[in-house]
Design a protein around this ligand. Structure first.
Ligand SMILES: [Zn+2]
Length: 538
């Protein structure tokens, strides 16, 4: 997802709850969800019936399904029954989950039906849009789905999903996958059935229910692309959202086939700038306006490959979603607007990384966060993650980098991956050992703070350059410097590095990292000062 005009962190306290999801696949592995949801215009109570097909991973006397119970104040979900083949099964509902008693045997598959109702405390946003019309929008990231859907609410347990929504017939319903049925019901009600055949994490399973103007923007490689905007925004919305086709085509060419059946881009009430629901991306309400949303769309559409199709195993590897979405956006905009655009964006991202480093010193793979995952929506996951990919791109070269990215996507499409899985694919594609690279950039906090000075020795006809790594742990990096009109590459490894470059004349210029290829801060100082400070003999 994408933070946008709002400061997301101010929302944190509203959504800080502990997710007591079982560890990935510990007892059960969900295969398919079939969510029947009834909505109405009189009140915010939803009635649900969740069909859950699952496979037991071990013999079990019970298993847990996440669902937020009704709390004082009335919000939350109350389960009225759990059945298997029409037969009631005993269950216990706790604050955050339902414990279902079974006699499951390892390897067997079962289908359970959970019937429930209540007013969602979160996860399904029921409100009015800016034009005063009532709307319903799922907004599940990171683990808010279980406020309205009984599920295993963690990215590792992916499943296919059907949404069968009954709502007043003045609404259109959009969801993941393809619409396979729509029919009118008595009393001005309508049933809409969407079915998603690709494996999705719960964070991206949604419905959007509103009065929409809908445009079939066109097809890309047989994937239909749609725009759903509020009717009042139809003119501008249809035009500005149409850029999605161009982005989709670019990513298919670069990374591989699109995993989902269609791509709908939907104006919504998401709390984020954009939310990458699979095949059904939600954008913030003000996304239709004078300001274009190409950049935001490029971010969310990139997530369809990275996050949705190939999902991180755990939120500690969130950069495999957000770093990719950040860098793919930069690469797309470079492709469209030229190399200077990429450089400008990388410079801005680099500044954001160093500003953030003053506040939080954790690694990109941040294992210190266990429940409030909103904390991970930070510059480490986004901008630094993006920079890590940029440096890999430069280190491995065009061919090996994209070969590695494509094989990573091909291998983990429909499944889950962690950072080591990505490393393995890039190593295979390039033949390079990337252990040190990943160790310093992804598993350790911080980045190089480089202080450098230079002096031209007229007598010896030599340029002396000294570079000091001011941060605690020295990095192994290559620094490019444009000296005069020639590019030099310096390999740095130690706290202090000294280089002597023969040259007949004093250089007219010494530029550090002119092509913006290193995530580092640069500070030029007087050469004598740097030598004195570091107590090095001349
Ligand atoms: Zn994102």
């Amino acid at each position: 997802m994408r933070k946008y005009t709002l400061c997301l962190f101010s929302f944190c306290s509203l959504f800080c709850f502990s997710a007591k999801a079982q560890s990935a696949g510990a007892v059960i592995d969900v295969q398919h969800y079939s969510f029947n949801i009834q909505l109405n215009d009189k009140n915010d109570t939803i009635k649900g019936q969740a069909g859950i097909n699952l496979r037991y991973l071990k013999d079990a006397g019970s298993f847990h399904i996440n669902l937020v119970n009704q709390k004082a104040g009335g919000r939350g979900m109350l389960v009225s029954s759990v059945t298997e083949n029409g037969k009631s099964i005993s269950f216990q509902q706790n604050a955050d989950d339902v414990i279902i008693s079974t006699d499951g045997k390892a390897g067997t598959e079962h289908q359970y039906t959970i019937t429930y109702s209540g007013i969602p405390a979160d996860g399904l946003i029921i409100s009015k849009n800016k034009f005063g019309h009532r709307t319903f929008f799922g907004d599940n990231w990171p683990n808010r789905a279980h406020n309205w859907l009984p599920c295993v609410d963690e990215p590792a347990d992916k499943a296919t999903v059907d949404f069968i929504v009954t709502a007043p017939d003045h609404y259109q319903v959009v969801s993941n996958g393809l619409k396979i049925d729509e029919k009118t019901l008595p009393d001005n009600m309508k049933l809409t059935h969407w079915s998603e055949k690709a494996q999705c994490p719960t964070k991206v399973m949604v419905i959007g229910v509103a009065e929409f103007a809908i445009d079939h923007t066109g097809d890309v490689n047989n994937i239909p692309v749609y725009t759903y905007v509020f009717p009042e925004n139809k003119g501008k919305g249809f035009t500005s959202y149409a850029v999605a086709k161009e982005i989709l085509a670019y990513y298919i060419g670069k990374v591989g086939p699109y995993a989902f059946e269609k791509l709908a881009n939907v104006q919504s009430k998401t709390i984020f700038g954009g939310m990458e629901n699979s095949g059904c991306i939600f954008y913030f309400e003000e996304s239709v306006g004078d300001r274009g949303i190409e950049e935001l769309m490029a971010h969310e559409i990139a997530h369809q490959w990275f996050g949705d199709a190939a999902s991180e195993t755990k939120f500690s590897h969130l950069w495999l979603s957000e770093g990719f979405a950040t860098y793919m956006t930069n690469v797309y905009l470079e492709h469209k607007y030229g190399a200077d655009t990429l450089k400008q964006r990388l410079k801005a991202d680099r500044e954001t990384v160093f500003d953030f480093e003053k506040k939080r010193k954790t690694a990109v793979v941040d294992t210190t966060v266990h429940d409030n995952y909103m904390v991970l929506l930070n510059a480490n996951s986004y901008q630094k993650g993006g920079w890590v990919l940029h440096m890999l791109h430069r280190k491995l070269g065009e061919e090996a980098y994209w070969k590695g990215i494509r094989s990573y996507y091909t291998k983990y499409n429909g499944g889950n991956a962690n950072t080591d899985n990505l490393r393995a694919e890039l190593e295979k594609a390039s033949g390079q050992n990337l252990e040190q690279f990943f160790k310093q950039w992804v598993y350790t906090g911080g980045a190089p703070h480089l202080k450098y000075g230079w002096l031209y020795d007229e007598k010896k006809k030599v340029l002396d350059i000294t570079i000091v790594q001011e941060q605690i742990h020295p990095f192994e990096v290559s620094l490019q410097m444009m000296i005069g009109n020639k590019m030099h590459t310096f390999d740095l490894k130690n706290k202090m590095s000294h280089f002597e470059i023969p040259m007949t004349l004093k250089p007219t210029q010494v530029l550090t990292d002119p092509n913006v290829n290193l995530l580092a801060q640069f500070k030029q100082v007087n050469y004598v000062q740097i030598m004195l400070e570091n107590k090095s003999p001349f």
